[in-house]
Design a binder for this molecule. Structure first.
Ligand code: AHR
Length: 337
C-alpha cells in the first residue's frame, strides 16, 4: 500500500505526538513500530531524491557519505543518489531534479553546482507538494520554494579566518584569495565573511583573487604565477578550501619560500590532509566546515513530511584550528576526514 504524502504526514504526526505506533505497524504490515518504514523497502518507506555534486574532493566525499549513512533502509528511507555529471555541471542536476519530481519522490535533497537557475524546478516541486531541502550550498530563489538550508555558516567560518589573519598580521599584509568555483553561494559568503573581518584594518593590500576551482593543482599554478608577478611580496593567502591551500603551499615551497614563515596560508574545510599540513607548518590556520549533518537532514525531512515547522536555515557548528599543535591534536582525536 502506498501511503500518500498527506497520509504519511498524518502518520508521522501521530507518531510524533506519541499517540500510537500501532498505526505504523498496521499500515506497514507489522514493521518494527519504532521505524518510519520497513527495511525491506515496503510501501511506507520514505523515498528521498538526492541531487548531489558527486566526487569533488575530501569535503564533498565526507559530506555525501554522511548523507548516505543517515538515510538508510533500516532507518526507513530509500535514498536515490544522483551525482552531477561533473562538479560544475548543472544540466545533469536539473534533469535529475525533474525526474525526481516526475517520479513523485517524497522529498528532494539538493546540493547545487550553481546558485542560479533553480527557480522553475523548485516551483514544480512545490506544485507537486514535494519538500526540497538544500544541503551545503544556497540557491538564488525565493526561500518559500524550499524548506531549509543545512550548512555551517560560511560567512562566519570565513570571518574566523579574517579575524585570525588580523591577529597574525597586526601591520597588515599583501594577500591573495584563492576562490572556489565562481558564482557559488559559498564563494560569495566566504568573501563577505573574510572581508568583514579585515574591513577598516590598515595595511591590508589585496593583490588579487582568482578561482582555482577547489583543486590543488590549480591552486599551485595560480600562486606560482602570482608570486612571480609580485616578486614574492605576498605574506598571506586565503584559500577558500583545503585542496587549493595545499596547492598554494606547494607553490610557496617551489618559489624557495617557507610556508608558515615567509607566507602564511589559511584554508576552510578541515580535511585530514589540511590538518596534517597544519601540523607540519605548511598551513597556518584551518577553519572547519563541518560536513557531518546527516542526522540534521533526517530530522528536517521527518519534520517537513509531518507538516511540522522547520527553521529556514539550520547552522552546523564548526571548529577552528590555529597552530601545529591544534592540528596534531585534531588528528589524534580523529577530527580529520
Ligand atoms: O560547498 C562547500 C565547498 O565545496 C567546500 O568547502 C569545498 O571543499 C567543496 O568543493
Amino acid at each position: 500500500m502506498h501511503i500518500t504524502k498527506r497520509g504519511f504526514r498524518g502518520l508521522l504526526t501521530l507518531a510524533a505526538t506519541g499517540a500510537l505506533v500501532a498505526g505504523l505497524s498496521a499500515c506497514s504490515g507489522g514493521a518494527d513500530a519504532g521505524s518510519t518504514g520497513d527495511a525491506a523497502g515496503g510501501d511506507d518507506v520514505v523515498t528521498v531524491g538526492f541531487v548531489a555534486v558527486g566526487p569533488e574532493g575530501g569535503w564533498r566525499n565526507a559530506n555525501e557519505q554522511a548523507i548516505k549513512d543517515a538515510f538508510t533502509k533500516d532507518a526507513g528511507f530509500d535514498l536515490k543518489y544522483a551525482p552531477a555529471a561533473s562538479p560544475s555541471d548543472q544540466k545533469s542536476q536539473l534533469d535529475a531534479f525533474s525526474t525526481f519530481v516526475n517520479d513523485e519522490v517524497d522529498v528532494i535533497l539538493l546540493t547545487a553546482t550553481e546558485a542560479s537557475g533553480w527557480e522553475d524546478e523548485l516551483k514544480k516541486a512545490k506544485e507537486a507538494e514535494i519538500p526540497v531541502i538544500l544541503l551545503d550550498r544556497g540557491v538564488d530563489a525565493p526561500s518559500d520554494l524550499y524548506v531549509t538550508r543545512i550548512a555551517p555558516d560560511n560567512t562566519q567560518v570565513a570571518k574566523s579566518v579574517g579575524e585570525w589573519a588580523v591577529t597574525a598580521f597586526p601591520q597588515g599584509a599583501n594577500y591573495f584569495v584563492l576562490e572556489g568555483v565562481p558564482g557559488l553561494s559559498v564563494v560569495n559568503e566566504r568573501n563577505e565573511g573574510f572581508d568583514s573581518a579585515i574591513a577598516g584594518k590598515s595595511g591590508w593590500n589585496k593583490v588579487g583573487a582568482q578561482t582555482a576551482n577547489w583543486k590543488t593543482d590549480e591552486g599551485k599554478s595560480v600562486i606560482e604565477t602570482v608570486l612571480k608577478a609580485n616578486n614574492n611580496d605576498i605574506q598571506f593567502i586565503f584559500a577558500q578550501n583545503d585542496e587549493m591551500g595545499i596547492g598554494a603551499a606547494q607553490a610557496v615551497t617551489a618559489a624557495g619560500l617557507k610556508p608558515g614563515t615567509d607566507v602564511k596560508i589559511a584554508t576552510i574545510d578541515g580535511t585530514k590532509g589540511a590538518l596534517e599540513a597544519l601540523a607540519k607548518g605548511d598551513l597556518s590556520f584551518v577553519a572547519q566546515y563541518n560536513p557531518f549533518f546527516g542526522t540534521d537532514a533526517v530530522d528536517a525531512v521527518k519534520k517537513a513530511l509531518a507538516g511540522e515547522s522547520v527553521d529556514s536555515t539550520i547552522i552546523v557548528k564548526s571548529a577552528t584550528f590555529d597552530s601545529p599543535e591544534a592540528g596534531q591534536k585534531a588528528l589524534d582525536e580523529g577530527l580529520g576526514f
